[in-house]
Design a protein around this ligand. Structure first.
Ligand SMILES: NC(=O)c1ccc[n+]([C@@H]2O[C@H](COP(=O)([O-])OP(=O)(O)OC[C@H]3O[C@@H](n4cnc5c(N)ncnc54)[C@H](OP(=O)(O)O)[C@@H]3O)[C@@H](O)[C@H]2O)c1
Length: 333
């Protein structure tokens, strides 16, 4: 394997996550009741479970109109959030991010209904226990954790569903500007540089390869987010903000597909040492509504701390190559 992520096995990944959580130092303010999203349209992927579900509950409490783009939990998740929060402006839309045709269908629906989004949270992610092929024959983790986000955001921007000047020729009048927020992972740090010849090529792997690829694809994702933030800016003028966030270790369902013995061990660590999704969601909420980040772009939060990402992420040549290569992969299907 020419590419590698930060961790060689899941146990190392989990233990480092716990250590980093214990040593965390917040450098942004906590959320306030005045951080509201009334009248704003927010789309969230992966809202059926884990941190995406907690995010949806917290945005609903802050007055947002929600579009939950999920592959499961329709309509129960939306109904449950309405019952919990009293917010009845919640709609569930189906998408299977492993299937790029399904991503196109979601985008067609949003465009045809004339929906305008103010906040888009690309949050869904998977760690499959082994390499799995998508309906288009690509690697599932590559598609769900990166390529589907590339396609989804390109479509939403070109169609003007996220209003913008650069892709849709529709300038944003007034503030706040639309915000795109991508859930990533601090595990992207120290992953290898992107191997453009290998990108999109299906290779077989097991549990170790999965954890390795997870952090590598998060580096790919952050490189894309940085490139997108450059493309949505003219000089100092930000057209649409693009931010990236790692929620830290979360006791979510991300290990649902792990082999049984490993899953039991991980579930034990997750239950006793990881944060609940509700405690992990605030940095995602902050990026959606904090007024002090208005006009900024490419902010990275690791839990409630602003940081720089791995330096490789800021390489402009790599960002541009990644964009072109991703377009080529999609055109070649
Ligand atoms: N857990 C952690 O410690 C941790 C740490 C850092 C970053 N993160 C990131 O946080 C994000 C959320 O993960 P989580 O921990 O909350 O895990 P989770 O509970 O497993 O939630 C993942 C979400 O992604 C959705 N999803 C997966 N594959 C999909 C597909 N093909 N199409 C549509 N939706 C799909 C899932 O939908 P279903 O319910 O239908 O499966 C679920 O809603 C991920 O990007 C993850 O990488 C997690």
């Amino acid at each position: 394997m020419t590419t590698h992520g930060r961790f060689r096995n899941p146990v190392e990944a989990v233990l480092v996550g716990v250590l980093e959580f214990i040593r965390r130092k917040n450098n942004i303010r906590p959320l306030l009741e005045s951080d509201r999203l009334d009248g704003r349209n927010c789309l969230i992927t992966g809202a059926s479970s884990g941190v995406g579900y907690a995010l949806a509950v917290q945005l609903a409490r802050r007055g947002a109109r929600l579009f939950l783009a999920c592959r499961s939990g329709i309509p129960q998740v939306g109904e449950q959030i309405t019952a919990l929060t009293g917010n009845d402006q919640i709609e569930m839309l189906h998408v299977d991010l492993a299937d790029l045709n399904s991503v196109h269908q979601l985008c067609d629906t949003l465009r045809d209904r004339g929906i305008r989004l103010d906040v888009v949270h690309c949050n869904a992610g998977v760690t499959p226990p082994r390499a799995r092929r998508t309906p288009q024959g690509l690697d599932e983790m590559f598609v769900v954790n990166y390529l589907a986000t590339f396609l989804l955001l390109n479509r939403l921007l070109y169609d003007g569903v996220i209003p913008n000047e650069r892709f849709a020729g529709r300038p944003n009048i007034g503030v706040p500007r639309p915000r795109i927020i991508i859930t990533s992972s601090d595990s992207h740090r120290n992953a290898s540089a992107i191997d453009f010849d290998e990108l999109g090529v299906f290779r077989d792997y097991g549990v170790r390869g999965s954890i390795n690829n997870y952090s590598y694809f998060k580096l790919v994702l952050n490189t894309f987010a940085t490139e997108l933030s450059r493309r949505l800016k003219t000089g100092d003028q930000v057209d649409v903000s693009v931010h990236t966030v790692c929620p830290g270790p979360v006791n979510s369902n991300i290990i649902r597909d792990a082999p049984p013995i490993l899953r039991s061990f991980m579930r034990f660590i997750f239950t006793f040492f990881f944060q609940t999704p509700a405690k992990a969601a605030p940095p995602l909420v902050y990026l959606a509504c904090a007024p002090e980040v208005e006009g900024e772009t490419n902010v990275y939060l690791h839990m409630m701390a602003r940081k720089r990402m791995d330096e490789k992420v800021y390489d402009e040549e790599a960002g541009n190559r990644l964009w072109k290569k991703s377009e080529e992969i999609i055109k070649g299907l």
